[in-house]
Ligand binder design. Sequence first.
Ligand code: C2E
Ligand code: MG
Ligand code: MG
Ligand code: MG
Length: 285
Amino acid sequence: EAKRDPGTSYRFYDRQLHITAGHQLRLEADLRNALRGKELELYYQPRIDLATEEVRGVECLLRWNHPERGLVSPEEFIPVAERSGLIVPIGYWVIEQACKRLQESAELGFPGLVFAVNLSFRQFHDRKMTETIFRIIFNANIDTSLLELELTESAMMHDPEYAQRCLRELNQLGISFALDDFGTGFSSLSNLQHLPISLVKIDKSFVQELGHSADAEHIIRAIISLAHSLQISVVAEGVETEGQLEFLRQQHCDEIQGYYYAHPMPWQDLVHFLTNRGQAACLQR
Ligand code: C2E
Ligand code: MG
Ligand code: MG
Ligand code: MG
């Protein structure tokens, strides 16, 4: 920004840039170690089907247990991993780990649980992506129809022909796709209709505006109705209150994910959660 606007205070910006770059480099080096040394972990957040009230699936969310800094948020290290390219090996580790848990969940008596994994822009554009994912699932002995990849609109729309080819190839293996953080580029949902997308996730910023903004209600209604007309299911993310839940239920939103129902949790906690609540976990009406 400062480069484009030389009128602003240079020295200040320089210092900021220096600190940021230093911070970035340290994080990058630490992250490299993290991948080698088992500091990365997946947390799992349940996704609830509003019609059946069952846990349909879980979103796998990356956590970094930093030896000095404690639990580092993905909001902080994913951008670093993305810029440095480390997201590519990290992302494959995530898919591998998710596949292991998927296999384990079937063995534990939770068949049919969908495992959703986030794919970053850079990872999606890795030349070896389809081939690597193919190898991972081939080695994993899983029901591939239970693996779902979450992509953002920008990752899909950057090179639509590439996206179409990759999604179709992976979809032929059974993998399904969700459009993550949906809402801002709303008008282009219809442009995506030729892609094999089975699910749209409404961004939590809209859900959290419910009750405060009539616009958010209109947008959510419109997304649900357009998605349904295209045979696409809808998950609302970031559901924290009963009011939000009720609104979404009235709008025939298919699934919800959010703190109201469950936070992201370590694997063992998820196993207890599913065992204790049973598949017919009750939502208050
Ligand atoms: P996302 O894919 O949109 O994931 C949903 C985020 O919303 C998660 O944040 C989740 O913890 C949070 N969340 C869920 N329910 C609620 C709620 O009720 N209220 C609020 N305030 N937040 C809620 P998290 O785990 O911090 O992850 C942030 C982002 O980092 C993710 O957003 C995703 O874009 C990225 N990310 C996480 N894991 C991975 C990964 O394995 N690979 C890649 N490429 N990106 C990842
Ligand atoms: Mg996601
Ligand atoms: Mg999301
Ligand atoms: Mg998000």
